[in-house]
Design a protein around this ligand. Structure first.
Ligand SMILES: C[S@@+](CC[C@H](N)C(=O)[O-])C[C@H]1O[C@@H](n2cnc3c(N)ncnc32)[C@H](O)[C@@H]1O
Length: 252
């Protein structure tokens, strides 16, 4: 059985890399306009790894999906900082998807990581000299409660707040805050005011991730960052007094 026979259909995106469409969520795994590989690199991996300079980095990849953020992290580090020790933790609800990833048409840039892709698909774990990856097959909301003050980077890459609201609420980001170190970085493609408010009320500073050839995204941090354009949340709240962060109590 090929990858596209199951609940997810491979879709060619604008940068020439394949993403997938989820029938269950009626949504693509990546922006087909920005391109799967480009979105992963520009909205998550590059900004996070430019800001986090430690020699050992703990990354929480929410959620694994097709694994682009994890694999693009390996790609970036192989090209730019091969000595970095990477420890990547990633929850994923869809066990059948993980099993099918061996058959996914990944971009040529990921060819060097074929053994990683196979090991994660088969056993959910990979370990080598300076790399540790652990997948958790289950609910991210449960998984994130296991950690405290551990992560340097969080890739917040769930399906959209409209289709997967449980991974965008004020209470969810409160749990995420607890597991981040005080100088950690959170990246997300979402620029929705509700998302930024959920971060803001939890004490995050909110910044714009802007680039010439991709749509704006968001970076958040518990410590102030001087190198990025700050979002003036007080002004946004004054202009949009009726907009509130998503709450767990709104979930059906
Ligand atoms: C947008 S995709 C992630 C894309 C991924 N970062 C990538 O680069 O391929 C969202 C993923 O979240 C998973 N998911 C949805 N709800 C979840 C939950 N409560 N816990 C864990 N995973 C969840 C879905 O199965 C899907 O694979």
């Amino acid at each position: 059985m090929s990858f596209s026979d199951v609940l997810h259909q491979e879709t060619l995106s604008e940068d020439g890399s394949y993403t997938a469409y989820s029938k269950e969520y009626d949504e693509h795994y990546h922006s087909t306009k920005d391109g799967a590989l480009k979105e992963s690199l520009q909205k998550h991996v590059i900004p996070a790894l430019k800001l986090v300079q430690q020699e050992e980095i703990n990354i929480l990849d929410i959620c694994y999906g097709l694994g682009f953020n994890t694999l693009a992290t390996l790609l970036y580090c192989a090209q730019n900082r091969p000595q970095t020790q990477l420890n990547i933790y990633s929850p994923e609800l869809d066990a059948a998807l993980i099993k099918s990833l061996k058959k996914f048409r990944y971009p040529a840039e990921f060819a060097a990581f074929r053994d990683v892709i196979t090991a994660l698909s088969d056993s959910g774990k990979y370990k080598s000299n300076n790399l540790y990856i652990e997948l958790f097959l289950g609910d991210a909301r449960e998984y994130v409660k296991r950690f405290e003050n551990k992560f340097d980077i969080v890739y917040q890459d769930a399906f959209s707040p409209a289709t997967n609201p449980m991974l965008w609420t004020q209470e969810y980001f409160s749990d995420i805050k607890k597991l981040m170190k005080k100088d950690a970085i959170l990246t997300t493609y979402s620029i929705a005011l509700k998302t930024r408010l959920a971060l803001h009320v939890n004490g995050f500073h909110v910044y714009i991730n802007k680039g010439e050839d991709y749509r704006d995204a968001t970076i958040a941090s518990l410590s102030a960052l001087t190198s990025l354009e700050h979002v003036n949340m007080e002004h946004k709240i004054r202009c949009n007094p009726d907009v509130k962060p998503l709450q767990d109590s709104e979930l059906s």
